[in-house]
Design a protein around this ligand. Structure first.
Ligand SMILES: C[S@@+](CC[C@H](N)C(=O)[O-])C[C@H]1O[C@@H](n2cnc3c(N)ncnc32)[C@H](O)[C@@H]1O
Length: 421
């Protein structure tokens, strides 16, 4: 297939009254804007006691308003200039500017002071910081003076400090070549982990790449542990008591296994919330990943650790729950089936459940975060975010069925209870 850039001739446009050439730079009707503003006002009034749902609804409305206010040309320009923003942010993170600003929060720092702290050229700092200020990531009270705000602080916490460089370094080299990959592959979706776009672009897929880069792996682990802080946990929607009431209470019985649980952050939250649920709680991940988990504090929190690859049969037999969060979206269907088969081999068909926490894409209007992650997962491991029918098909092909789905807001994964069919 050859692809050529096609631009719509003006003669093709008049059939669509709202698509005249002039409409690219026209402002939207005022009445539409005011209706949206009213809806935002209403949603904002509830924001102080917001549920995660109403918070994300407010954000969605604000996005809608921005789109409605922007002319189409402004929208296109905003999109065109996203890459330099990410590159500037990544550079600022390398220079350690955010922690410096937070340390000097009372009066901020000038570009010259930042230059003497970092060794970077003042004029470069000024150019990078223009982008930071325009993105709202710090304040700029006077010429070449920068003050931290709450977003600067977030960039010094694990979610920003580790998440920004980790995800940039892991994904950008591949994403920048994604159009070339698809041109080269006749626009066919990648279906194999070992020949995903990242393999094609940089010679490795995500987990091998991370395993060979200690700093990136450490950042990845830290980011995994931090990225959902302050958000509801899976057990805030999933009825844990229903399964714990009828759980086996023998000393060696396992209640919950977190498969691919990284540093054990989810299990620590679980133990704190349900200290008296009977049964062992086991964290599994690759031995190399568990080597950096806080083993002694996990033990104090009642969490056992077990090095395990989910490409081997599950060694913990007959647990009440095998819990997988953000695991299946990393992998294509055939590998998900292997992981599921290895789990099913350990399940008690009547008693055990699999709990999957991952996005369940809606059939229309998938949120931007979910759609973007889908492209990222496809690129770095031929993984995918899945719709409910795709989940049903995948799980059905492994002899499993979905018993219930608890859907959360657009920024949040859904929770699925899965049993042997
Ligand atoms: C996207 S992270 C999710 C981590 C955690 N469940 C969470 O939601 O924060 C994927 C996890 O799968 C783990 N993983 C990758 N390959 C694995 C394998 N073969 N066996 C077990 N875990 C693996 C990674 O080390 C990583 O911790």
């Amino acid at each position: 297939m050859t692809a050529t850039a096609v631009s719509m001739p003006n003669s093709a446009l008049p059939a669509f009254p709202n698509l005249s050439p002039a409409s690219s730079s026209e402002a939207p009707p005022r009445s539409d804007l005011l209706t949206l503003v009213d809806r935002i006002r209403h949603a904002a009034a509830n924001e102080h006691n917001a549920s995660p749902d109403s918070h994300s609804q407010l954000l969605t409305l604000i996005d809608e308003l921005k789109l409605a206010v922007e002319t189409p040309n402004e929208t296109v320009l905003r999109l065109i200039y996203q890459p330099p923003q990410n590159a500037a942010l990544r550079t600022v993170m390398d220079m350690g500017i955010c922690p410096l600003l937070v340390q000097h929060a009372h009066r901020g720092l000038s570009a010259s002071e930042l230059a003497s702290h970092t060794g970077a050229e003042r004029a470069l700092i000024v150019r990078l910081m223009r982008v930071m200020v325009a993105l709202g990531l710090c304040d700029n009270p006077s010429t070449e003076v920068y003050l931290p705000n709450s977003k600067t602080l977030a960039l010094t916490q694990p979610i920003g400090r580790d998440g920004v460089p980790c995800i940039y370094d892991l994904t950008l080299p591949t994403l920048s070549k994604l159009p070339d990959y698809f041109r080269d592959h006749q626009y066919v979706m990648p279906r194999e982990y070992k020949s995903c776009p990242m393999q094609w672009a940089v010679g490795q897929s995500q987990f091998e790449w991370l395993a060979q880069r200690k700093l990136s792996q450490t950042r990845f682990n830290s980011y995994m542990a931090s990225r959902r802080q302050g958000k509801p946990a899976w057990f805030d929607t999933f009825p844990v008591e229903r399964l714990s009431r009828t759980a086996v209470t023998r000393d060696d019985a396992v209640f919950l296994v977190d498969v691919g649980g990284n540093q054990g952050h989810d299990l620590v939250r679980f133990r704190k919330r349900f200290p008296s649920v009977a049964g062992r709680v086991v964290l599994q991940d690759l031995p190399k990943v568990l080597a950096s988990a806080p083993a002694s504090s996990l033990k104090e929190d009642g969490v056992e650790t077990m090095g395990y690859s989910f490409f081997d049969p599950q060694p913990v037999k007959g647990a009440r729950i095998y819990y997988f969060r953000a695991i299946f979206h990393d992998w294509p269907d055939d590998i998900c089936r292997q992981i599921l088969a290895n789990t099913v081999s350990a399940m008690d068909a009547e008693y055990s459940r699999i709990v999957i926490v991952d996005f369940v894409l809606p059939d229309t209007h998938a949120p931007l975060l979910q759609s973007s992650l889908d492209i990222q997962m496809m690129s770095i491991g031929a993984g995918a975010e899945r719709s409910e029918s795709q989940w049903k098909e995948l799980l059905g092909s492994a002899g499993l069925e979905i018993r219930s789905v608890w859907r959360n807001g657009p920024g949040m994964e859904s929770v699925m209870e899965v049993a042997v069919r």
